[in-house]
Write a protein that binds this ligand. Sequence first.
Ligand SMILES: C[S@@+](CC[C@H](N)C(=O)[O-])C[C@H]1O[C@@H](n2cnc3c(N)ncnc32)[C@H](O)[C@@H]1O
Length: 232
Amino acid sequence: MAEIAPGAVPSPNIWNSPQTYELENRAVDPDGVLGAAMRAIRPWDGATVLDIGCGTGFHLPFFAGTAGRVVGVEPHANLAAMAARRARDLPHVTVRTGAAQALPLPDFSVDVAHARWAYFFGPGCEPGLAELRRVLRRGGTAFVIDNDASRSTFGGWFRRWLPSYDPRAVERFWARQGFSREALTIRWAFERRADLAAVLRIEFPEELAEAFLGEVPGCEVDYAVNLWWRMY
Ligand SMILES: C[S@@+](CC[C@H](N)C(=O)[O-])C[C@H]1O[C@@H](n2cnc3c(N)ncnc32)[C@H](O)[C@@H]1O
């Protein structure tokens, strides 16, 4: 059994199938919409960036391109090890095993925090938000990227999978926490339809994955996301 830090939210997609999740990450947002939107709000050139729930560290090199220092935090020790391997030639990147509710970082030591499809899913993530308040420097910015289930092909699939999910309640939660919302539309663009099929199978129960695959003709899916952000 892999060592997993307390408080981790089970993430079967990447925990069980990191190679397929890698295909998913490669397909997400080929137009760079998310990076450009974050940069427009708070650039991280020379700054200290924290990636919470960094998984296998897919986004660490992206931030490391211009950041002064990057720290990835990941509760699943095997994934943290994969992230550390990915970043081994980047001396200003470190990876720590830990969870959002107990970040292994000193007070006021981070300029930009980023959590992408990780832990910060709305109500229930208050302990992690308290940690963000502790570790972010004044003037620092937190980014949370998650699904916008109210629109797009992917959003519709998400609602059919989780009919009790209430996008408006999630929106109200983030507004109460002082976060602003950028509603963005990105694409999943796979090289092969077989990769899209494999990713659907790690994201949804089998029957739904097959149905959803039948609803798109090629290798692309339009995908609505919310970029929540707050300055501290
Ligand atoms: C869907 S994956 C996304 C990984 C990564 N952010 C990416 O975009 O490639 C969700 C990640 O959140 C991590 N996670 C789960 N619970 C967490 C927690 N309490 N604190 C921080 N990360 C957590 C999981 O271990 C997993 O690696």
